[in-house]
Design a protein around this ligand. Structure first.
Ligand code: PLP
Length: 396
């Protein structure tokens, strides 16, 4: 049985170009970029080259890019750094949203315990927040606004440029977790008025364990990994050069092919959405227009998303229900709850995140298997029986 992988929001397969970009750094170019000798300096040049490529893709200066171990670390450092900078000026208020990734939310929860106050903006039922609401939430003591570029579960693309504008006007630092956006849709830190941005290589066909944090020149960055002077003294530790090289190559490739890939993904995505919504009592989560080209997220009433995943897995279809980080726990996804979905409905969600190498044949198989699985699960569901007998009202 062939595997149909539609969980690219969790992680992606590495591209050939990313794998090839890594290879020289295992045995040929093995130097430490901090070493002054030739072997080290060759590694240093490669590191600089990767930084330049990534900066070019984001429209910033190479010196504004700091390499990290991935999206989580970038989020942690950006938020903690801005909080610390704010606290020094007596600013201990942060604005964010209820549907951020846990790398952001858990950092904010910790900061609350440390005496910061956080306003979590409500997300509209279409999965969008508005710049006007961000503006209204900003106070004289606001140190940071952090709003994700695109949501990892429902795929909604936020009005980042407008939010950035509001923050600039108010003189508040603006961070965005752009892990789902970079390499997938155009991201330009200048045009989008972004001060700090997190990205992660493994979400766009690069290696796992490499990421970057963009920090606009002039914004002080606090250090949390102490040690050597790597990354201009802001993040110690010998650089993961092989993974960083793969990240740069993968991003360059993703940006060069973005229009083509997006076009292909949109066609597959729309076919999936239209096909799956033919299942009775189903609902698309997240705005249909302001949506990542590769994201499908649908709820089916009367079933458990986890059971659906297992049935699909048995057919070779690898999908997700909510976020990979929450699977295994019984709580429904905090993202779907933030959109205002009732618990019962949120439990029955399915996320299919595509990539440019998915095929129409794969989509056809999914469109054949999902309705069968939903029908089977409903046939054995006591909840569905109650709904069908009219003992409970349908919610969708
Ligand atoms: C995957 C993801 C992260 C975490 O990135 P890692 O590189 O896995 O640490 C953070 N934010 C979002 C939106 C993500 O999708």
């Amino acid at each position: 049985m062939k595997t149909i992988y539609v969980d690219n929001a969790a992680t992606t397969a590495m591209s050939d170009c990313a794998v090839n970009a890594m290879k020289p750094y295992f045995k040929e170019v093995y130097g430490n970029p901090s070493s002054l000798h030739t072997v080290g300096q060759i590694a240093k040049e490669a590191l600089d080259g990767a930084r330049e490529k990534i900066a070019k893709c984001l429209n910033c200066e190479p010196r504004e890019i700091y390499f990290t171990s991935g999206g989580s670390e970038s989020d942690n450092q950006a938020i903690r750094s801005a909080a610390l900078n704010g606290a020094k000026k007596g600013k201990k208020h942060i604005v964010s949203t209820a549907f951020e990734h846990h790398a952001v939310l858990h950092t904010l929860k910790k900061l609350e315990k440390e005496g910061f106050e956080v306003t979590y903006l409500d997300v509209h039922s279409n999965g969008l927040v508005s710049a006007a609401e961000v503006e209204a939430a900003i106070r004289h003591d606001t140190a940071l606004v952090t709003v994700m570029y695109a949501n990892n579960e429902v795929g909604t693309i936020q009005p980042i440029k407008e939010i950035g504008e509001v923050c600039r006007k108010a003189g508040v630092v603006f961070h965005t977790d752009a892990v789902q956006a970079v390499g997938h849709i155009p991201v330009d830190v200048k045009a989008d008025n972004i001060d700090m941005l997190s990205l992660s290589a493994h979400k766009f066909h690069g290696a796992k364990g490499a990421g970057a944090l963009y920090v606009k020149r002039g914004i002080p960055l606090q250090t949390f990994v102490e040690g050597g002077a790597q990354e201009r003294g802001k993040r110690a530790g010998t650089e993961n050069l092989a993974a960083i090289a793969s990240m740069a190559a993968a991003l360059e490739e993703a940006c060069a092919n973005m229009e083509k890939n997006c076009g292909k993904e949109r066609i597959l995505r729309d076919k999936l959405i239209d096909g799956l919504l033919k299942i009775p009592h189903s609902k698309l989560n997240g705005d249909r227009k302001s949506r990542l080209p590769a994201n499908v997220n649908i709820c089916f009433e009367g079933i458990e998303g986890e059971s659906l995943l297992l049935l699909l897995d048995a057919k070779g279809i690898c999908a997700s229900s909510g976020s990979a980080c929450t699977s295994g726990s019984l709580d429904p996804s905090h993202v779907l709850l933030a959109l205002g979905l009732p618990h019962e409905v949120a439990h029955g969600s399915l996320r299919l995140s595509l990539c440019e190498s998915n095929t129409e044949e794969e989509i056809d198989i999914i469109l054949e298997e999902v309705p069968k699985a939903v029908e089977y699960l409903r046939s054995i569901s006591p909840v569905w029986e109650e709904l069908e007998k009219g003992l409970k009202p349908h919610l969708i």
